[in-house]
Design a binder for this molecule. Structure first.
Ligand code: ADP
Length: 173
């Protein structure tokens, strides 16, 4: 699988699936989540509510992922995943990597060939950006299940530069 790093707004990505840094309620929030629901329209929230009424009555657990329509967004699906809140006293990195690997597995199950990720947990959940990129790239280097391209969408140029540096260290140039 090819890994790409870009600067941008994930809601404008033309890929099969975009990943939402959701919270476990699945009922919307700030950051990426707010932008996806605002631009994607009410169809996404309607499917999220249906998930809460069914299999995910207790909410979506941290590190897991579930797909809905992408509504009016250019992508076909939104894959909602819940990142861990950063903790300095507890290592939650396996859960953060699980967000990437389970989202990728859900995408592969849908037959997606391309997927775009935000830098999960690095906003409201306060994960330090450099390590968030390290966890993302480490997770994405594993089994891709048929997905050909994974794009990590960084929201600003400064984070993109940090990501390029981590990429060289983790993946090589
Ligand atoms: P979390 O709650 O998992 O920390 P956030 O949505 O608060 O998720 O932030 C995750 C990252 O996504 C942050 O680095 C933030 O700057 C970035 N971000 C916010 N909005 C967008 C967007 N529309 N497209 C891409 N990245 C975004």
């Amino acid at each position: 699988m090819r890994i790409e790093l870009v600067t941008g707004d994930i809601t404008t990505e033309h890929v099969d699936a975009i990943v939402n840094a959701a919270n476990s309620s699945l009922l919307g929030g700030g950051g990426v989540d707010g932008a996806i629901h605002r631009k994607g329209g009410p169809e996404i929230l309607a499917e999220c509510r249906a998930l809460r009424a069914g299999h995910y009555g207790g909410g979506l657990p941290v590190g897991q992922a579930v797909a809905t329509t992408a509504g009016r967004l250019p992508a076909r699906w939104v894959i909602h995943t819940v990142g861990p809140v950063y903790s300095a006293s507890e290592d939650r990195a396996p859960l953060l990597r699980s967000c990437y690997t389970t989202s990728l597995a859900v995408a592969a199950g849908l037959g997606a060939r391309s997927i775009a990720f935000p830098l999960i947990s690095s906003g409201i959940y306060r994960w330090p950006k450099e390590d968030a990129v390290r966890q993302a790239l480490t997770a994405l280097r594993g089994e891709s299940g048929g997905v050909e391209v994974a794009r990590l969408v960084l929201f600003d140029e400064e984070t993109h530069q940090v990501a390029e540096n981590v990429y060289r260290a983790v993946v090589g140039s």
